[in-house]
Ligand binder design. Structure first.
Ligand code: NAP
Length: 258
């Protein structure tokens, strides 16, 4: 499918079945794109895709499994043609004090958040180079731009995603392909709900107190909504953002200014 303004584009959103990824997938469908959503839970993916017949397809794949990713991209292409917009959104955020961060937790954070982004980008890039057009958008985090206590592995992985974004943006700058990162602050999804539950379990604070603490880090005093992150991704995926590349855009109510 030619990447013209009139042909519907094909976007693939990893972790597209829930949270921020689901909001992104729905925003891209609403903008007229064909969207493949991937993740590990078939029932979650199929429930969302079933709401958009012919416009959204579900493909099961773990982003840490290179062979599964190759198969997933082949299936995605068979359904909707070459991927023109890749949104590397799949991620996990587990917390632990540094000395309680064992090698397994460290490796898991790097594998899902950073290596997953690397593998999916390698799978998508050849077709973008052939088309001389592409958009790669990495959902990093404010944790890709600044440090936070008790999440060293996650922060290291997300800083890695920002580094990958910058390096690849330069490598493909003359090829019609842009590479950017979107860096949400605390956003209303399962990841945040799990973080709140973790604080409640470890500190004895109430859910409301823990929630207020997460919101207080945002100068706007609120939790970011997934649709706000999706709007930024939608803008980066369009032709109007052609000059924007290598950027890491915080969607965090002013929490991070870089
Ligand atoms: P979420 O609802 O838990 O979504 C994470 C998604 O990633 C799920 O759909 C999950 O699907 C998928 N995923 C996790 N591990 C995977 C794996 N190994 N292979 C394939 N898919 C995998 O949380 P979210 O908040 O929307 O997170 C989306 C992204 O935003 C993440 O990269 C996260 O780090 C980032 N982020 C979130 C916040 C926040 O406060 N919520 C803030 C900054 C950045 P399956 O379980 O089906 O695999």
């Amino acid at each position: 499918m030619a990447a013209t303004d009139t042909a519907p584009r094909h976007a693939l959103v990893t972790g597209g079945g829930s949270g921020i990824g689901a909001a992104i997938a729905q925003a891209l469908v609403a903008a007229g794109m064909r969207v493949t959503i991937t993740g590990r839970r078939p029932e979650v993916l199929q429930a969302l895709a079933a709401r958009y017949p012919g416009q959204m397809q579900a493909v099961v794949a773990d982003v840490t499994d290179e062979a599964a990713i190759a198969q997933a991209f082949a299936r995605a292409k068979a359904g909707f043609g070459p991927v023109q917009v890749l949104v590397n959104n799949a991620g996990q955020a587990h917390s632990a004090p540094f000395l309680k961060t064992d090698a397994a937790l460290w490796q898991q954070m790097l594998s899902v958040n950073l290596t997953g982004t690397f593998l999916c980008t390698q799978a998508a890039l050849p077709d973008m180079l052939a088309a001389k057009w592409g958009r790669i958008i990495n959902v990093a985090s404010t944790a890709g731009l600044v440090g936070y206590a008790y999440v060293a592995a996650y922060v290291a992985a997300k800083h890695g995603v920002v580094g990958l974004t910058r390096a690849l943006a330069l490598e493909v700058a003359k090829k019609g392909i842009t590479v950017n990162a979107v860096c949400p602050g605390y956003t209303e999804t399962d990841i945040l709900r799990e973080s709140i539950a973790n604080v409640v379990a470890k500190t004895g604070r109430s859910v409301d107190e823990a929630r207020a603490e997460f919101a207080s880090g945002n100068p706007q005093g609120r939790i970011v909504q997934p649709e706000e992150v999706a709007d930024t991704v939608l803008w980066l995926s369009g032709t109007g953002a052609a000059s924007v590349t290598g950027q890491s855009i915080a969607v965090s109510g002013g929490e991070v200014m870089h």
